[in-house]
Design a protein around this ligand. Structure first.
Ligand code: BF8
Ligand code: SF4
Length: 625
């Protein structure tokens, strides 16, 4: 097969696919081809495996059965399946958040050697939001109380999650009125599983409304806690230069790659890699040093806070191993294809799994916990150094590109001179028409990175500021949009504003849990204007999404009042009622809707239209035509 040019727009990707082809190693694209044709019932959301009277399926052409054994029709089956997708996504983000809270609690008790409180200012600020008095207390004591209060957010004792208070007052009132104000984080996911059991909630509307509440418990709960506690423990990101693409691997150094999501593991690996003792050991083995690189979201976490170079996004994870240059890949959880160990077996790469909740066949399991992570990180980095000698041929096909990461809301506000007002002024004056969050994954159904890069290009050309996260953020960095010179691609107004602030037109906001930074910024802009988020000239897009987490993100972004376009179609087309509610009906409910548009050129037109519409409704362009 010679598909390397049709699979990805990236040079490193194309060259490495070719290499894997000649090495006769299977890729995600080969496996995707082998699955064709994929099941049409599942694609439409019309199959149900929830109980063992089934499995059942509803015939989309109206000829075969129109209900499952229990009597569930297409609407119920589609809504239940979507509800479970969102529950799984919310659970993944929130359980990640819980792991950080546990580290915070362990730090408070001095039981987490190597971890510390890095941003005490943020600790105090967040503690105050939880109603914790900070005066005269030691950071550890505050951390202990904050960890306890956050653990309560995960349970059922509260009526409303603490951080929902960050949303504009109007938005909070709307959530209360609709009865979708999230209560306990775990409670909403648990309730979603309960409601979707056979014979519980059979109202497709009420199921979808609960799904919004469940997603809000992720966005304004689990993910927000994950980001805030990560900042407290490891530092709030500030703009810093970094390098991106497969070229960040170094032929003459020990390459350690971290992949997954939780900085709890990758931060300790980073600390071990920077020990002088380790460098010495690497030199003894004939290497010039140790080169730590990231993949996917844990890579984004390290990139944001420390400028650690980024090797690639989701669809690059197999290809990176095929360079033959990765001496060790250390994974935690989420988005780690089980295929990676098979790829690694064809090269010399040692694969290490680290989480008790994420095991992979063919990986060595070294379990990290807050009390032993520092020590375990030393052990695995030593083993990576040992593995340098086992390298075969190395193929690093490209030179790395420059990028700037680290745009926390705090950093953006500080770049603006301490208040979001100058950004609002630029929007009011029409120099910046609005802003769009481009987020989410890669998916072999879409040419790798084409969706992200094309949409971003069209938006910045038209004076729309882009903020991005996750795998989209990596795609845009590799496209060269994240250096100050990238304003050359921007329209005149955006060019002027970013030029004078010396920032790129595309701002790296972090990992997928860091989508909450977009919520916080949107809330700040709405509060500054004295309005709701749904009135702002904002949009969201997930042009290449694949994951359940992405559906949860999309749902909390829409429920927060931001119009959102999905690239790939979610499995809902089997119910026109569900499609209609999500793409139209939600406007009257939460002031925003979903749209589906796989072609990024068309998605750009939709977003531009939406942003101009929002501007007119806000009365920003009343003097213009
Ligand atoms: O949380 S963007 S492929 S790596 S799910 Fe996964 Fe999607 Fe990437 Fe990060 Ni997010
Ligand atoms: Fe079939 Fe109903 Fe059971 Fe689903 S819940 S498998 S539709 S009987």
């Amino acid at each position: 097969m010679t598909h390397h040019h049709t699979y990805t727009i990236t040079k490193d990707g194309q060259l490495l696919i070719k290499k894997m082809e000649s090495d006769q190693v299977e890729t995600v694209w080969d496996r995707h081809a082998a699955q064709q044709p994929q099941c049409g019932f599942c694609d439409l959301g019309l199959s149900c495996r929830i109980c063992v009277m089934g499995p059942c399926r509803v015939d989309p052409f109206g000829e075969g059965p129109q209900q499952g054994v229990c009597g569930a029709d297409a609407d119920i089956i589609v809504a239940r399946n979507l509800c479970r997708m969102i529950a799984a996504g919310a659970a993944a983000h929130s359980d990640h958040g819980r792991d950080l809270v546990e580290v915070l609690a362990a730090v408070a008790e001095n039981k987490a050697p190597g971890y510390a409180i890095t941003d005490t200012e943020k600790l105090n600020r967040v503690a105050a939001e939880y109603g914790i008095a900070t005066d005269g207390k030691k950071p550890e004591a505050i951390a202990g109380e904050l960890a306890y209060a956050m653990q309560e957010d995960f349970g059922t004792r509260k009526k409303e999650l603490a951080l929902t208070a960050r949303a504009p007052e109007k938005r909070q009132q709307l959530w209360r009125k609709l009865n979708i104000m999230p209560r306990g984080i775990d409670r909403e996911t648990s309730e979603a599983m309960h409601r979707t059991h056979m014979g519980v909630d059979n109202g497709w509307q009420s199921l979808l409304l609960h799904s919004l509440r469940n997603a809000l418990s992720d966005g304004w709960g689990g993910s927000m806690i994950a980001t805030e506690v990560s900042d407290i423990l490891f530092g709030t990101p500030k703009p810093a230069p970094t390098k991106v693409n497969a070229g960040v691997l170094k032929a003459d150094q020990v390459n350690v790659v971290v992949h997954g999501h939780n900085p709890v593991v990758s931060e300790m690996v980073m600390a071990a890699c920077s020990e002088a003792e380790m460098t010495k050991l690497a030199e003894e083995k004939g290497a010039k040093g140790i080169n730590l690189c990231g993949l996917c979201c844990t890579g984004n976490e390290l990139l944001m806070r420390h400028g650690i170079p980024m090797a690639g996004n989701h669809l690059m994870t197999e290809l990176i191993i095929a360079t033959g240059a990765v001496d060790m890949m250390i994974v935690d959880y989420q988005c780690i294809m089980p295929a990676l160990s098979k790829v690694a077996a064809c090269y010399h790469t040692k694969m290490i799994s680290t989480s008790d909740k994420a095991r992979f066949p063919g990986m060595e399991h070294v379990e990290f916990h807050p009390d032993n992570a520092q020590k375990k990180a030393y052990d695995v980095v030593k083993a990576a150094i040992e593995n340098f000698a086992n390298r075969g041929e190395v193929y690093i096909p490209v030179e790395p590109l420059d990028a700037v990461g680290g745009f926390s809301v705090e950093a953006v506000v500080s770049a603006l001179g301490g208040t979001p007002e100058p950004l609002l002024d630029a929007i009011k004056a029409g120099k910046i028409r609005g802003a769009a969050g481009i987020v989410g994954c890669n998916n072999p159904k879409i040419k790798h990175d084409y969706g992200h890069v094309t949409l971003t290009k069209r938006l910045i050309e038209n004076d729309i500021l882009v903020v991005d996260t996750g795998c989209a953020a990596v795609a845009n960095a590799k496209a060269g949009f994240k250096v100050a010179e990238a304003i050359a691609h921007a329209g005149p107004g955006l060019k002027e504003v970013c030029g004078s602030l010396e920032i790129p037109p595309v701002l790296h906001f972090g990992s997928c849990v860091d989508n909450v930074r977009i919520l916080v910024l949107a809330a700040a802009l709405a509060n500054e204007l004295g309005t709701d988020i749904s009135d702002l000239p904002l949009a969201g897009a997930a042009p290449e999404w694949y994951s359940e987490k992405a559906v949860s993100i999309g749902a909390y972004v829409v429920a927060s009042g931001i119009y959102t376009i999905l690239g790939p179609m979610p499995p809902i087309a089997g119910s026109m009622n569900v499609v209609e509610l999500l793409t139209t009906g939600l406007q009257e409910v939460v002031g925003a809707t979903f749209a589906v548009e796989p072609d990024p050129e068309k998605a750009a037109v939709l977003i531009r239209g939406h942003i101009e519409n929002q501007r007119r409704n806000l009365g920003l362009d009343s003097a213009e035509v």
